[in-house]
Design a protein around this ligand. Structure first.
Ligand SMILES: [Zn+2]
Length: 482
């Protein structure tokens, strides 16, 4: 089904009319496309697009959705329209979609430079100026598409061709745009080299233009202070620093060593020694960048956990952990294979009041206390596996809980981190696939009979346990059936 949200998105894309059935969205555009096309947005939600890899794909498809391949009829037509539309020097905004989330800029080779390198050299300062302006407002992803035409040897055919780069993330902290663009240009030139070496004798006829696609990108990373859900706060297992900037990752690391009555107060952190190398990080820190921090600081390992709201489970004693009949559980986001001497557990959670857009890191000072109620219903001290949340308590006649946990970890590290979620209250399982069962060749029914005889020997015993009767074997019967 097409959701109302996707209908709205489609409307933004085209600025024109659209219609839809249950599976597809058909779009009429008045600008640079003739006839309807299926835009596969029906399964894409707004947050899916901006939260993950899909954004990269959309960035790459932003142009190709309308052009398909450069050598196809539709591609040639769109390229021709683009070349006709742009009549001025420099990059021109030719397309805007998703309410300005995606923008396409095009630079036409108006000075008819004969080689790509000359054209790219001319475009470079203009791209830097444009990107600098864009990343001053938002993190973005961008990609380049270089267009040209080639002579096919021994024919009069001219073939359109384009070369693309993958979407690349840029944020305010990326200040060496020269080097970044040089890398991207090299990728384009490498692709061009591969193309010309494939078709023997292909030679460049003309350099046409460069398309710069940009989309605003919202990384999931920690930012300023967010209050913890009450149920999680109640465990008193977390230091949640009250910062106003976007450096909560750094403060959460420093929190381990703050020895003061109110460790969440930001004043403890602003002038404190950092003790760690945070130099490779961009703020807000994304989960995928935590590895960079580990690399810069030998002997340091970091786990990142998140919160998940789910239905009440059979693991009771969570009345305090419920909100509107639902409960928060801790789930693993990024777990290291081996915990090193200087280890940190962080919680990355979002703010529901801002539609979940804003995320914040906090330091987990007592992991066991935080997740214990997810595992057992009493308050025993537990040794808990941080990958799969299996917990061990001290039990008579068993090795120490720490020893059993160490044994478990050796096996657990071979598996992916998981958070076990118990079945919801009132749910039940029932075996139904009787058709998948195997019939045994033989079934044996056995019955064993005994006779009870009074125990005369033990009657005089003083023990509180007296054997009054004895079982004397009488007979045994087996019934074999096929
Ligand atoms: Zn485990």
């Amino acid at each position: 089904m097409i959701s109302e949200q996707n209908r709205q998105i489609a409307s933004v894309i085209t600025h024109t009319s659209n219609y839809y059935d249950n599976e597809h969205l058909y779009v009429h555009s008045t600008s640079n496309y003739q006839g309807p096309s299926i835009v596969s947005l029906n399964k894409r939600k707004h947050e899916d697009i901006w939260g993950g890899e899909l954004g990269d794909q959309i960035c790459l498809e932003a142009d190709s959705a309308l052009t398909s391949t450069a050598s196809s009829t539709a591609g040639r037509r769109t390229k021709k329209q683009r070349l006709e539309e742009v009549k001025t020097e420099g990059f021109q905004l030719i397309q805007s979609a998703f309410g300005g989330m995606i923008k396409n800029y095009y630079k036409k080779n108006l000075t008819l430079l004969p080689h790509y390198q000359l054209f790219l050299d001319e475009a470079k300062p203009e791209i830097i100026k444009l990107l600098t302006e864009l990343i001053s407002k938002d993190s973005i992803k961008f990609n380049l598409k270089l267009e040209g035409a080639y002579k096919i040897p021994h024919t009069s055919v001219i073939e359109n061709r384009s070369f693309k780069t993958a979407a690349r993330t840029l944020c305010m902290a990326d200040n060496d745009l020269h080097a970044i663009l040089e890398e991207e240009f090299n990728k384009l030139m490498h692709e061009e080299e591969v193309y010309t070496s494939k078709g023997s004798g292909f030679s460049i006829d003309s350099v046409n233009g460069l398309l710069l696609s940009v989309y605003r990108y919202k990384p999931i990373g920690g930012s300023s202070y967010i209050k913890l859900p009450d149920s999680i706060e109640a465990h008193k297992a977390i230091i949640n620093v009250k910062n106003n900037d976007e450096m909560c990752f750094k403060y959460s690391i420093m929190a381990k060593y703050v020895d003061a009555p109110n460790p969440s107060r930001i004043s403890h952190y602003l002038n404190a020694p950092e003790n760690y190398d945070f130099s490779e990080l961009n703020y807000p820190v994304e989960v995928k960048d935590v590895k960079k921090f580990e690399k810069r600081n030998p002997g340091v390992s970091v786990n990142v956990y998140g919160l998940k709201m789910c239905e009440p489970t059979c693991n009771v004693d969570k009345i305090h952990n419920r909100k509107n009949n639902k409960e928060y559980i801790v789930v693993p986001y990024k777990i290291c294979d081996q915990e090193l001497n200087d280890h940190f557990d962080l919680l990355l959670f979002n703010d529901e009041s801002t539609n979940g857009d804003k995320y914040h890191y906090a330091y987990i000072k007592n992991f066991s206390r935080l997740v214990r109620s997810q595992i057992i219903n009493h308050r025993a001290t537990m040794a808990i596996c941080k990958r799969c949340f299996k917990g061990y308590i001290d039990e008579p006649n068993k090795p120490d809980k720490a020893v059993r946990l160490a044994e478990h970890k050796r096996q657990c590290v071979l598996n992916k981190p998981v958070a076990p979620i118990m079945p919801t209250v009132g749910s039940s399982l029932r075996f139904q696939n009787w058709g998948n069962t195997h019939k045994h060749d033989v079934v044996i029914y056995a019955d064993f009979e005994a006779m009870l005889v009074k125990n005369t020997d033990d009657l005089a015993a003083t023990s509180s346990e007296k054997k009054l009767l004895l079982h004397i074997t009488m007979n045994l019967c087996h019934l074999f059936t096929r």
